[in-house]
Ligand binder design. Structure first.
Ligand code: ATP
Length: 304
C-alpha cells in the first residue's frame, strides 16, 4: 500500500483524512518579484494534529462544518474544501458523484498554520481516491495551485509525511528525507492575522537565504539549525499583534528548546526534548490561559 493510501482510513466507503497543521519552522523573505509575489525560503513540517475531513458518497451534495472553530469558517462555496471539490468536479463531471463532506475544524482560522490550504489538500486527496480519478501528485498540485499558493506544499506533506524545503513563491519543493519527529506545542491566544496585512507591514524584503541544511539526525541538530534561522514576518506580525512576544516568553519559561511564530502568525510553536516535556508545557500554558488554543503534538516523520 503506498503512503498516499495509507494516510487515509476508509470505513466502508467513508474516507477519513487528517488535514495537518502546517508549521513554518523557519521562514525567510528573500525578495519580491515584479508581479508583487514574495520570494520565500521555508522549512516546513506537518503536525500530527489538524482538522479532520470525512467524505461519504451520497445522493446529494452536503457540506457540514463542526468542531471548536466551526463558527469562524464559511460553509458556502467559498470554503476551500468546496472550492477543491468543485475544481475537481469541473474537470471530471462524469465521475464526480455527490458526496457528503464533514469538516471538523480544530485549527484556528487565519493563524499561520495553513488550515484552509491543508483542508483543501485533504479534500483533493480524498476525492481523487473516492472518485477513482487516479490523478498523480503533479496533476493534483496543478489543480491545487489554482486554489492557493500553499496547496502544493500541503499536498506533498500529506502524501509523504516528510518536512519540506520550500523556495521561490512556494512552488519549488524538496522533501527532507531524514528528519526526527519533533515534540511540539502549538499555541494561539485567539488573535487572527491577515496574511496580506502582515506582508504589507514588512519593512525588509531582501533578507539572506536559509543556511544550508545539515543532516537533521536529532532534535538537537534541528534546534541548533533553527537557531540560525528566522521568521522574517515576525517583526511585522508583532506590530499588529504585540501580545506575540509574551507567548514566546511563556514557552521559554516552560522549558522550550526552540520557539518561533509559524507563517504570518499569530500561532507560535515550541520544540521540546520529549513528549512528556511538551505535555507539561501545554498544561502550564492552559492553566494560565484556559481560553487559548494550546495543543501538544509531534511533527510527522517519514516512517508514519
Ligand atoms: P496560511 O498559514 O496559509 O497563511 P492561515 O492559517 O493564516 O493560512 P486559514 O486558516 O487557511 O489561514 O484561513 C484564511 C482564510 O481562508 C480565512 O479568511 C477563511 O475565512 C478562509 N477559508 C476558506 N475555507 C477555509 C477553511 N476550510 N478553513 C479555514 N479557513 C478557510
Amino acid at each position: 500500500m503506498n503512503r498516499h493510501i495509507s494516510a487515509l482510513s476508509a470505513r466502508g466507503e467513508t474516507i477519513s483524512l487528517l488535514a495537518p497543521a502546517k508549521i513554518n519552522l523557519a521562514l525567510h523573505v528573500t525578495g519580491r518579484r515584479d508581479d508583487g509575489y514574495h520570494l520565500l525560503e521555508s522549512l516546513v513540517a506537518f503536525a500530527g494534529f489538524g482538522d479532520r475531513i470525512e467524505i461519504t458518497p451520497a445522493v446529494q451534495d452536503r457540506f457540514t462544518v463542526t468542531g471548536p472553530f466551526a463558527r469562524a469558517v464559511p460553509t458556502d462555496a467559498t470554503n476551500l474544501v468546496i472550492r477543491a471539490r468543485d475544481a475537481l468536479r469541473a474537470r471530471f463531471p462524469a465521475k464526480a458523484r455527490p458526496v457528503v463532506i464533514v469538516l471538523e475544524k480544530r485549527l484556528p482560522i487565519a493563524s499561520g498554520i495553513g488550515g484552509g490550504s491543508s483542508d483543501a489538500a485533504a479534500a483533493l486527496i480524498g476525492l481523487n481516491r473516492l472518485w477513482a480519478l487516479d490523478l498523480d501528485m503533479e496533476s493534483l498540485c496543478e489543480i491545487g495551485l489554482s486554489l492557493g499558493a500553499d496547496l502544493p506544499m500541503c499536498l506533498h506533506g500529506q502524501q509523504s509525511g516528510l518536512p519540506l524545503l520550500a523556495r521561490g513563491i512556494g512552488e519549488a519543493l524538496h522533501s527532507v528525507s531524514r528528519f526526527p519527529s519533533l515534540p511540539i506545542v502549538l499555541a494561539n491566544d485567539g488573535t487572527g492575522l491577515s496574511t496580506p496585512r502582515v506582508f504589507q507591514a514588512l519593512s525588509r524584503r531582501d533578507n539572506p537565504p536559509l543556511p544550508s541544511p545539515p543532516d537533521f539526525s536529532t532534535i538537537e541538530t534541528v534546534c541548533a539549525y533553527l537557531r540560525q534561522t528566522r521568521n522574517d514576518l515576525y517583526a511585522a506580525s508583532l506590530t499588529l499583534a504585540p501580545a506575540l512576544a509574551g507567548l514566546l516568553d511563556l514557552f521559554a519559561q516552560a522549558g522550550a528548546r526552540f520557539t518561533q511564530m509559524s507563517g504570518s502568525g499569530a500561532t507560535c510553536f515550541a520544540v521540546f526534548q520529549d513528549n512528556a516535556a511538551a505535555a507539561q508545557a501545554a498544561a502550564f500554558l492552559k492553566a494560565r490561559h484556559p481560553h487559548w488554543f494550546v495543543v501538544a503534538t509531534e511533527t510527522r516523520s517519514a516512517s508514519e
